[in-house]
Design a binder for this molecule. Structure first.
Ligand SMILES: [Zn+2]
Ligand SMILES: [Zn+2]
Ligand SMILES: [Zn+2]
Length: 193
């Protein structure tokens, strides 16, 4: 409900050309309180995740994570995980969130990784290519191809572009010593002949 608030406000203002407070009167006041409560709670949840080992690159995807039971975005670190001194990056398989809206608890790491991958979803039937793949350093599906970095472990490439044609290189080109597969092949051939 509270998450719909800005949508409703904009609808009334732009579509109906009215001031929400006039149309909704008392209801509006209640919604406003709800909304402020939602904004405050969102900020509290956000703050609660600082200092518990969320990889920096994953923070935007923490914001996109939703409760598995009720889809709320109001997730805070589970008290038990904090008391146990777990860290999200070190104790990925143990660190849990608690949903402020419904009380559900579950692992936070898969939610963040899923959120990242859902946002980078692609359809091979449309000729689209993946923009996220499994990181060769940490084995998680958190390597963003076009950014040439893993959002989880921050691993970067030794060679970011081909020394000859400047084509951007990927994780699988790194064994070519800084050449794209085409130029690595050409070079090999030249050495052989
Ligand atoms: Zn929930
Ligand atoms: Zn990684
Ligand atoms: Zn090249």
């Amino acid at each position: 409900m509270a998450e719909l608030f800005p949508v409703l406000r904009d609808f009334i203002q732009t579509q109906l050309g009215e001031v929400p407070a006039q149309i909704l009167a008392h209801t509006w006041q209640i919604m406003l309180l709800h909304h402020n409560f939602f904004v405050d709670t969102t900020q509290q949840c956000k703050d609660a995740w600082t200092g518990v080992g969320v990889p920096e690159g994953m923070i935007p995807w923490l914001d996109e994570s939703r409760c598995e039971a009720c889809s709320s975005s109001l997730l805070s670190p589970a008290q038990l995980s904090i008391d146990a001194n777990y860290l999200v990056d070190r104790d990925e398989g143990k660190f849990e969130y608690t949903c402020v809206a419904c009380g559900h608890t579950g692992l936070i790491a898969p939610l963040m990784i899923d959120a990242l991958n859902e946002a980078h979803d692609y359809d091979p039937r449309d000729g689209e290519e993946p923009s996220v793949e499994v990181c060769m350093q940490c084995d998680r599906a958190t390597y963003v191809i076009y950014e040439q970095i893993c959002l989880w472990c921050a691993a970067q490439l030794d060679y970011s572009e081909c020394a000859i044609c400047e084509e951007r290189l990927g994780q699988y080109d790194q064994d070519n010593g800084g050449l794209c597969s085409y130029h690595a092949h050409t070079y090999e051939k030249a050495m052989r002949d």
